[in-house]
Design a protein around this ligand. Structure first.
Ligand code: C5P
Length: 221
């Protein structure tokens, strides 16, 4: 039986991938399925936590016993996270947030014209929600967890990202063929700001989620 070791805790989990609109019919997006974030939300609820799941563009049904907030863009995600984080013990940023968004939104569909070169798409930076939240915690004892997908120098890049973002834990995935995007399984290393390094072998996303909650629990007052 599952131990309710997160009872009384409020946790916020983000899942999925943001979409940044170009015009009413087009967007810039990414391949995040949201499955890891949903696994985190389900396992936390199963362990007794009060869970707010902030969902961006997944195809997944709302998990039972979880408050779900549906958003689309990085700007909307930031607003929802900052609001929910205000009284949370833990925030886990599993969503893939677009680093950039189109600098302009066309209110009418962008048309192709014969004999004309396509117009370039110009981008502006999105706010880094994880870095902002880590630097400016609404509660000093809040535990903040980030995710990173890396293709090479996984550990060195992960350490550097953990430092740059200022979070407590960073779950580093190696992006590959059968891993991470859309898959049911995952393999990762969880890096901790205090120097800890926890490898999680290839397996169900729930198993990685439970390891994340175990490490979070060790850091909660
Ligand atoms: O910098 P990178 O996108 O690799 O960092 C990934 C981590 O940072 C994830 O936890 C993601 O949710 C978070 N992130 C964010 N805001 C951004 C970009 C990423 O919170 N603009």
């Amino acid at each position: 039986a599952t131990v309710p070791d997160l009872a009384g805790r409020r946790v916020v989990v983000t899942a999925g991938g943001t979409r940044e609109p170009l015009d009413p019919v087009r967007y810039l997006g990414n391949r995040s399925s949201g499955k890891q974030g949903y696994a985190l939300a389900r396992t936390a609820a199963g362990r007794g936590a009060r869970v707010t799941l902030i969902e961006a563009n997944t195809q997944l049904a709302d998990p039972a016993g979880v408050d779900v907030v549906h958003i689309g863009t990085a700007i909307q995600l930031r607003e929802a996270v900052l609001k929910a984080a205000a009284d949370a013990d833990v925030v886990v940023m599993a969503a893939a947030v677009a680093d950039f968004r189109p600098s302009e939104y066309a209110t009418g569909k962008i048309k192709k014209k014969d004999g004309q070169e396509p117009a370039p798409i110009s981008l502006v930076r999105n706010p880094d929600i994880l870095a902002e939240l880590s630097a400016d915690r609404p509660r000093a004892d809040q535990v903040v967890v980030g995710f990173a997908a890396e293709t090479d120098d996984v550990l060195a890049n992960g350490r550097e990202k953990l430092r740059r973002k200022g979070c407590d834990l960073l779950v580093v995935n190696e992006v590959g063929e059968r891993r991470t995007f859309g898959a049911e399984e995952n393999e990762a290393v969880v890096l901790a700001a205090d120097g800890g390094e926890t490898p999680v072998p290839y397996g169900p996303k729930e198993a990685l989620a439970d390891t994340v909650w175990d490490l979070v629990l060790q850091r909660l007052g």
